[in-house]
Ligand binder design. Structure first.
Ligand code: KG4
Ligand code: ZN
Length: 352
């Protein structure tokens, strides 16, 4: 049984505790508005879900319960802070798995109530969108953001904190899902994005040509569901040797990256903006980074990436987004929480 002893509180609105628990990572961070990120801790459940080939929601919730308080305690230790130094608590309110979200939300709201500080429900994708601002050099508003995670593929125009416009999105699978499903068909462990990318390095360029749906659709939407069928056919119709698997992985990575790069550059053209921010787990992909930097660079633009540790789910982006929100919105002492497993980022605009 983990317990936290609640001390009396002093101080003002500077130090934000962030709690991320929307899927299969428990992420905790302490962000200070003047001193930056003081500490962050993370527990990944990849090994736990691996044998099932995907995230098992109930196991995810239980594992968040197991880790959330010890991780808060170790983040406080790393930062040299105590509970009484915390001025506000930000938690992921959605989108995500409801049970997993409830763990972070209930801990955040109970702790905030006990400490008499505000609790701020953060949109997970806003966390990803703003995460490049944690790295140096940071982009300036306005910019275009390419959000590429396991659950989402979106192009957003970001005019400022809380001012987001959707430019285009996937009509079916997310880019991360396309990576993971292709990886699964190639016999790789879950989540297979990074593993597929590694296998692709040994692939023969051009042996397989996979479809790039909606590449020339004229809008900024994406479609990736056809790709897994094409990968399935390639797997079934060819010998299952190591070289063939690498060749298919190579073609799959090329197809996904090609579409993402094409649409991201089109979004820059359409908006007339020059800065592109790439956020979400797929943003860790090397080929995507190289291609985007080359092409956007040629146009005189610049691409910004969060540091690799902040690409995938983490508490730092939630603490940071919470800190930004606190500066714009009046603080609230409402500790009733309702998580939002489905939550459109467009509905979030709060700075108009
Ligand atoms: O943002 P994230 O950590 O979690 C979600 O909110 O979904 O993204 C996870 C996704 C997974 O689909 C994973 O396979 C993918 O990001 N990913 C990658 C790479 N690293 C993580 N995909 C391609 N290449 C990578 N290097
Ligand atoms: Zn995420």
């Amino acid at each position: 049984m983990h317990t936290l002893k609640i001390p009396p509180r002093t101080g003002n609105m500077k130090l934000i505790l962030g709690i991320e628990s929307s899927c299969d990572e428990t992420g905790i961070a302490l962000y200070h508005v003047e001193r930056g990120l003081l500490a962050h801790t993370l527990h990944s459940q990849i090994a736990l879900h691996n044998e099932y080939g995907g995230v098992v929601p109930e196991l995810a919730s239980r594992d968040h319960v197991r880790y959330v308080l010890p991780l808060i305690r170790s983040a406080l230790e790393k930062a040299g802070c105590t509970l009484k130094d915390i001025d506000a608590i930000a938690y992921t309110q959605g989108p995500g798995l409801s049970g997993a979200l409830l763990v972070g939300a209930s801990v955040a709201c109970a702790l905030a109530y006990a400490l008499d500080v505000p609790a701020i429900g953060v949109h997970h994708l806003e966390g990803h969108l703003l995460s490049p601002l944690l790295s140096k050099p940071a982009p300036q508003f306005p910019f275009v953001a390419l959000l590429v995670s396991g659950g989402h593929t979106q192009l957003m125009r970001v005019d400022g904190v809380g001012r987001y416009t959707l430019l285009g999105e996937s009509v079916d699978d997310a880019a991360g899902e396309a990576f993971d499903k292709s990886a699964k068909l190639l016999g790789l462990d879950y989540p297979g994005g990074a593993l597929l990318s590694k296998l692709a390095q040994d692939g023969t360029p051009g042996r397989f040509k996979l479809p790039r749906p909606m590449l020339h659709s004229g809008d900024l939407d994406f479609s990736f569901s056809g790709l897994k069928t094409a990968v399935l056919l390639a797997v079934q119709q060819n010998q299952n040797d190591e070289q063939t698997r690498a060749d298919i992985a190579h073609a799959a990575e090329e197809a996904i990256v090609d579409v993402l790069v094409h649409k991201a550059v089109a979004a820059l053209k359409q908006t007339g903006l020059e800065q592109l921010v790439v956020a979400g787990g797929v943003g860790a992909n090397r080929l995507l980074r190289t291609r985007l930097s080359e092409l956007v660079g040629k146009r005189g633009g610049k691409v910004f990436y969060p540091d690799l540790e902040f690409c995938t789910d983490n508490g730092a982006m939630i603490a940071f987004a919470g800190a930004m929100r606190l500066q714009l919105q009046p603080e609230q002492r409402d500790y009733r929480f309702n998580v939002k497993p489905r939550w459109d980022l467009q509905q979030l605009n709060y700075a108009d």
